[in-house]
Design a binder for this molecule. Structure first.
Ligand code: PMP
Length: 340
């Protein structure tokens, strides 16, 4: 029999998908790591498993314990499912600006959900600080601390990086992704560079975040604009971000992200969330900047299912500065070229 040893054994080993039209249009191989096929539905299943198993090894998480985490949602979903499979309770502190679908899903899988008003990291009311305090107050509580717990990066170094290297047979020339905690970018960038230091590692940032500012200019001062993308958009150098080895960075407009999401649904059959649109847009920018012949890998983080009430509600989109627009992929590519 060829069996998977429980839920946790099904995390990772995701396919690497060739994005046909964008590859043909740019003369590059543009490849998407299908993290949305993880059992909890996102790339964050990896961080959840990595953090929990690391805490078990260190004796920080004991049988019957409670995992507490501040999360935009996907890490919470991963932690709750890993927790259920391993016998831990989960308490999730989530900014109340996140999509209702994610909160419903978290409750349905048994997590205790505590929505809180958004607050900057410098404020003790920030969801991460609340989660930290809650873990201290909880009997046998463990704060997962995904932003600064580098077990997150280490799990990507041990799994996502080697999978991409093997799936491309070492031919990958560039890796590009956006940043929430920075775990994916740090783990994969350091692994790929350990195999071939010529692999170009790239951050793509939504507007309103300051990672582009950090990698391009060495400070966090440029954080203008805004984005509807959830789960990404970082404004501080987390301990995971600090581990990343990055050569270049781009910013991507939400208009271009929406154009890519529609294209991926209609022409590739891929139904993906906003961060995946930002990531694929970043891959197109790497392709246009460096020219044909590159093999560029990015991350398809989750599906659009968790964002249906937003991504497919034109009224909501218009309120968020995304009026109806019929931008073709070819026209988007021309606009991107003009920006380079
Ligand atoms: N996309 C989505 C949808 C996410 O939830 C996250 C994590 N919050 C990311 C991308 C970013 O991943 P990482 O935390 O590894 O930077």
């Amino acid at each position: 029999m060829k069996l998977s040893p429980g839920f946790c054994g099904t995390i990772g080993k995701t396919p690497l998908i060739r994005l046909n039209k964008l590859s043909n249009a740019t003369g590059c191989e543009i490849l998407g790591k299908a993290e949305f096929l993880n059992p909890g539905g996102s790339v964050k299943d990896r961080a959840a498993l990595g953090i929990v198993e690391d805490a078990e090894r260190r004796g920080l998480l004991k049988p019957g314990g409670t995992i507490v985490e501040g999360t935009a949602g996907n890490t919470g979903i991963g932690l709750a499912l890993v927790g259920n499979a391993k016998g831990y309770k989960t308490i999730i502190v989530i900014p109340n600006t996140q999509s209702p679908e994610k909160m419903d899903l978290l409750r349905a899988i048994g997590a205790e959900v505590q929505p809180v008003p958004p607050a900057p990291y410098s404020d003790q009311g920030n969801y991460n600080h609340i989660a930290n305090r809650l873990a201290e107050e909880t009997d046998n509580g463990f704060w997962a601390n995904q932003f600064d717990n580098v077990a997150n990066t280490e799990f990507h170094f041990a799994t996502t990086g080697p999978e991409i290297w093997d799936q491309t047979e070492g031919k990958v020339t560039a890796f590009v992704t956006s940043i929430g905690t920075g775990g994916t970018l740090a783990g994969v960038s350091t692994y790929l560079k350990s195999q071939n230091d010529q692999v170009q590692t790239v951050c793509v940032d939504p507007y309103g975040a300051s990672m582009w500012s950090w990698f391009k200019h060495g400070h966090l001062d440029f954080d203008d604009g805004d984005s509807i993308a959830e789960g990404i958009g970082q404004s501080r150098v987390t301990d995971n971000v600090a581990k990343a080895k990055i050569d270049n960075a781009y910013r991507l407009h939400d208009r271009h992200m929406m154009c890519i999401l529609k294209h991926l649904i209609n022409e590739e059959g891929l139904f993906l969330g906003a961060s995946s649109g930002i990531n694929v847009g970043g891959a197109v920018k790497v392709a246009l900047d460096g020219g044909p012949g590159q093999t560029i890998v990015t991350v398809l983080c989750d599906t659009a299912q968790k964002y249906m009430s937003r991504l497919f509600d034109q009224e909501w989109l218009t309120e968020n500065d995304l009026p109806p627009e019929d931008l073709s992929i070819d026209a988007m590519i021309e606009e991107m070229k003009a920006e380079l």
